[in-house]
Design a protein around this ligand. Structure first.
Ligand code: 0RA
Length: 635
């Protein structure tokens, strides 16, 4: 970083008009993702100032309107002195010149080129209003902008103590169709940043809800790992996690802990940006980890008899966080969340392998517990493979004979508009069977208890008759044998009572699908039926209410000045006449169904984990909320 810094150091590249003309080119779109990029951009600048050792604290405010944000840091303050030649201050240059951040110095990690690190000028160009405030040299300075255009020079507005930069901005509604920030998303991002940059204090003042939070973690990634592991309700198989922190050439921070959970859970970041689709840094980690663990197992003669360890076995139950800082990151993939720099593989590999092997050799009790866990994974895999093959064999020969006895199939299975209703309970199943359109609607009643599959292996899960029947009826196989092309229905619709038992069973089914048939959700095939809870008769008219709120709404809208409404509460689907069930819940023309979507795989995964074993209705509410967001109402 230069010691003295003025406007002349910043290369002037181009004006801001292209940004307003084609915002998508700079922030990846003008939807919610693009909108939030503006916050990440301003935040990244403040975090950079902290990473370079000049700031210790960042304060983020989401204002009451939910449409404007302020980010303050206690760094050096952007220089405001006007350069004699250009007539501009560094502040103005940073805010009006594309790609001028003063961040091209060696040793800084700005992510030029991608969706991130496009510079504060892009935020400015896309804001109907932006106010920059700088504290330095004993004074406070301010400059105001509209749509990237300065409304005047930098003004000295009074004395000030300390130093720092504050950016207030309100995105331009003529660019963004919907200017409404998601407080939860911002909160999550800030929390993660506080883990990735240990010691950094980040406060969040959410004035849309009145919530005030402070994130600060002196233990950094270790604290993050602890939170993830306990949030997943997974027991660690060894005490202290493996931790690696290096900063020569490549800055890398890594923590790993093996748990009893059956899947692998790695969160990775590049320059503080989540890389949900992994990439070369994750590949390097897997390579280095594989070699270190195998080497340890071989040197100590711990290889199991009769089963070979796969790469997946080595990582079963592994929970970890990987953060790397890469000079010129190239992001790839539809959502630009996969790192593509090839050189990173060997760099990460060659840092991880020796460090992990050394750690295993010096933490023998942890190492032994890990090897035990790995061997267990291999043996369980062998057992589960046999079970899966059994199911696959049954599905492959899926003639009528092999379908579950209690399935009332439709006459056109396999058609795009065919539907499988998974119905709780026999009597409800009976009504559904009578009320349905039998050409395209199949009914599978579930009698017994559905297993809580959150922490069960696939082999165990398939021992559950109800779930095995569901898999057989679907015809698409499960786990590694999943094949969407063999799916026997266009939609899978869960139909459960509108009470807490119904919610519970729907949650268990969704958990099973989310864990073992996630493709079904990704393909948008899974739905929740919306049976009514009340029948409301007013005079000759009949209305159906999904819940108490709906009931109140209907009464308010239709009951005034008319006959006394007659309200019937359904105790369960079973007591609904088949015709009524058809009209309210089954008939594609009149019903409402909610499509289940994975809004954010990480969040969903975490929330399902956190909520399992607790209040069933809370869990259900979460999933319903998510389903709502899919805004896919069937008409
Ligand atoms: C250019 C030069 C200097 C600081 C900064 C920019 C700076 C930028 C941002 C963006 C957010 N917070 C910031 N804080 C500082 C160095 C100034 C000096 O040498 O005193």
């Amino acid at each position: 970083m230069a010691t003295s810094y003025t406007a002349k150091d910043i290369t002037v590249l181009e004006g801001l008009e292209p940004v307003r003309k084609r915002p998508g080119m700079y922030i990846g779109g003008v939807g919610a993702t693009g909108l939030h990029h503006l916050v990440w951009e301003v935040l990244d600048n403040a975090v950079d100032e902290a990473m370079n050792g000049h700031a210790t604290s960042i304060a983020v405010t989401l204002h009451e309107d939910g449409a404007s944000v302020t980010v303050t840091d206690d760094g050096r303050g952007v220089p405001v002195d006007v350069h004699p030649k250009t007539g501009q201050s560094a502040l103005e240059v940073i805010l009006t010149v594309l790609h001028a951040g003063g961040k091209f110095d060696v040793g800084s990690y700005k992510t030029a080129g991608g969706l991130h690190g496009v510079g504060a000028s892009v935020v400015n160009a896309l804001s109907k209003e932006l106010v920059a405030t700088v504290r330095r040299d004993g004074f406070q300075w301010e400059q105001r902008y509209r749509q990237g255009v300065p409304q005047g020079p930098v003004r000295k507005i009074g004395p000030a103590r300390g130093t720092g930069t504050t950016i207030y901005f309100h995105p331009d509604p003529t660019i963004f169709p919907r200017v409404e920030f998601d407080a939860a998303l911002i909160r999550e991002r800030l929390e993660v940043a506080s883990y990735l940059h240990k010691g950094l204090r980040i406060s969040f003042d959410d004035r849309t809800s009145g919530e005030k939070l402070v994130f600060q973690h002196d233990e950094g990634l270790l604290a993050y790992l602890q939170k993830i592991v306990s949030g997943r309700l997974a027991r660690a198989v060894h005490e202290a996690p493996f931790a690696l922190a290096r900063d020569n050439g490549l800055r890398i921070d890594l923590v790993l802990q093996w748990t009893e959970s059956t899947d692998e859970h790695l969160r990775s970041y590049v320059n503080g940006i989540p890389t949900g689709s992994g990439g070369t840094h994750e590949n390097g980690l897997r390579a280095g980890l594989g070699k270190a663990v195998r080497n340890f197992i071989e040197t100590h003669g711990l290889s199991p008899k009769g089963v070979t360890l796969t790469a997946e076995d080595l990582r079963e139950g592994l929970t970890g966080v990987l953060s790397v800082f890469v000079r010129d990151p190239q992001f790839q993939g539809q959502t630009k969340d996969r790192l593509n720099n090839p050189e990173i593989v060997s760099q990460v590999d060659s840092l991880v392998r020796p460090a992990l092997e050394h750690w295993l050799n010096h933490n023998i009790s942890a190492a032994e517990a890990i090897v035990l866990r790995i061997v267990l994974a291999a043996r369980a895999r062998e057992a589960s493979r046999a079970a899966q093959q059994e199911v696959a064999r049954k599905t492959a020969t899926s003639s009528r004979l092999n379908l579950p006895g209690k399935l009332s199939d439709c006459t056109t299975p396999g058609a795009a508009d065919s539907e499988l209703f998974v119905v709780e309970g026999d009597s409800a199943g009976g009504s559904a069977k009578q009320g349905r359109d039998r050409t395209r609607q199949a009914i599978l009643p579930l009698r017994g208890k559905v297993l809580n599959t959150e922490s069960a292996s696939l082999a165990k899960v398939l021992e559950n008759k109800e779930l095995a029947d569901l898999v057989t009826a679907l015809g698409c196989g499960v786990g590694r044998h999943f094949d969407a092309a063999r799916l026997r229905y266009g939609k899978v619709i869960i139909l459960a009572d509108a009470d807490s038992d119904g919610h519970h069973i729907a949650t268990l089914l969704l958990t099973f699908i989310y864990r073992h048939l996630p493709e079904l959700i990704r393909l948008g095939k899974v739905y929740l039926a919306q049976p009514p809870l009340y029948r409301i008769d007013i005079g000759k008219d009949t209305y159906w209410a999904l819940d108490d709120e709906d009931r109140a709404r209907i009464l308010k809208a239709h009951a005034r000045g008319r006959a006394v409404p007659e309200i019937t509460r359904f105790k369960g689907l079973g007591e609904m006449m088949p015709k009524v069930l058809w009209e309210t819940t089954l008939n594609p023309r009149t019903r409402r169904v909610l499509r289940v979507a994975i809004a954010d795989a990480l969040v969903t995964d975490r929330v399902i984990n956190e909520l399992m074993g607790r209040d069933a209705s809370a869990r259900f509410r979460f999933i319903m909320d998510r389903a709502d967001q899919a805004e896919a109402l069937d008409v």
